[in-house]
Design a protein around this ligand. Sequence first.
Ligand code: ADP
Ligand code: MG
Length: 462
Amino acid sequence: MSYRQPSPERVQEAVDLALASGLLMADTHTSFTHAPFTAFPSPYPRTAYNKALAVAIDFNQLMIRVAMDHDFLARVTHDIASADPFTARLFNSYLETRPVDGALPPGLGLFRSDYLLQASAATSGDWGNALRQVEINTISSAFGALSSRLSELHHYLAARHGDIDSQALPSNPAQSGMVDALASAWRHYGEADAVILFVIQADERNIFDQRHMEHMLWTRHGIAVVRRTLAQISEHACLSSDSQRLRIENQEVALVYFRAGYTPGDYDDECAWQGRVLLERSIAIKCPTLAMQLCGTKKMQQCLAEPNVLEQFFDDKQQCQRLRSCFAGLYKLDDREAVDRALMSPENYVLKPQREGGGNNLYGQDMRRALAAMDESKFPGWILMEYIRPPRSSNFLIRDRQCSAEIPTVSELGIFSMCLNQGDTLLENRALGHLLRTKPETEKEGGIVARAAVLDSPCLVD
Ligand code: ADP
Ligand code: MG
């Protein structure tokens, strides 16, 4: 599939519609612009797309079962904690707030599982076999609202100009799906006057993605949102002494939705940690609980990929097989053979620490140097991962109202999903929609806010 350079008029139209529909990101506190996006949807194999959607409910179940299995979660996380102070602090907060009877509190998972296609693994043209999970985000899975808007924009432009079969563009109800999931958890709490608390970063640039959700919670469900940082929460929130109900500025909180709390910078002082512990102690439903957050570490991903580990969580062999078929090669640094292979051919591996939010991975010679110099005591804080080389496509990237020339690109698919649990019962479990991020083929990282990738939408091809 190949597109022609869009005319200046077409670029202007796309940018105006992006701005009009709220496809926005903040530059600074006082200025904002449209989120960057591709001029056209990128081709994406239908079999791989369908598989990623279908396997979402399996990954949800896996995350909930791991979150419930205190011994397993504690074993893996304790190991990381020995090498990574931030994970150690999250883990201690989890231990400190864990119900004494060990029961799993109700929780809402709003996850996004990200995939790249390993082109060399598409045996006899079956792209389903090539789907490789990059990571699963269990906290602050972003871009649902903006991604839904971009899908609508691409769909409109395709239909209006008739140059792409709009039937090949899957609908993308990520935003409404996430909002309905939050509303479900709010209803489960069962207090008509209670609010949803969004835990936010003070200087969030992806602010409109959150505001769209907040707005829709009100218009579609009549639910009010209060937005506060962890430091503000520690100052203004409290628990009722008898029942551990969470109140902030005299409003009861039914659900705490974290769009912060995943990176050390979100805890710049002790108050922020106190805020996190207070929230976790409360009977408000958490999205996610600390246990669910800890299920999303890179180290957990590597441990779950070890032989016979999935089988501890599922009797169904086919379910294990479905999940395992999405795993890339994942290795601990104690695995000398894997480390030697990475030192020999650094281009085939990525070295990852236990961090979220982009820009932390090491590649190529940086990886080689870090591996060669690393003290053994730091090994549990890192994992090695097979480098995934997706099929090349091409597209035009629109940033700051300017459209690039045609460039070679690769795309990363994210699938949003939700699961609501009460104890060990999964009350709801479904896929919600997608995010396609596309970047120049030469770019290693995948962040949109970090200007590596742009928003895109898939055009499904057989
Ligand atoms: P983060 O938590 O920082 O988002 P990721 O594991 O998602 O960490 O890595 C960030 C980006 O790096 C991804 O979006 C992807 O573009 C790239 N990346 C990560 N793992 C791989 C891999 N195994 N092969 C190729 N690229 C990768
Ligand atoms: Mg990522």
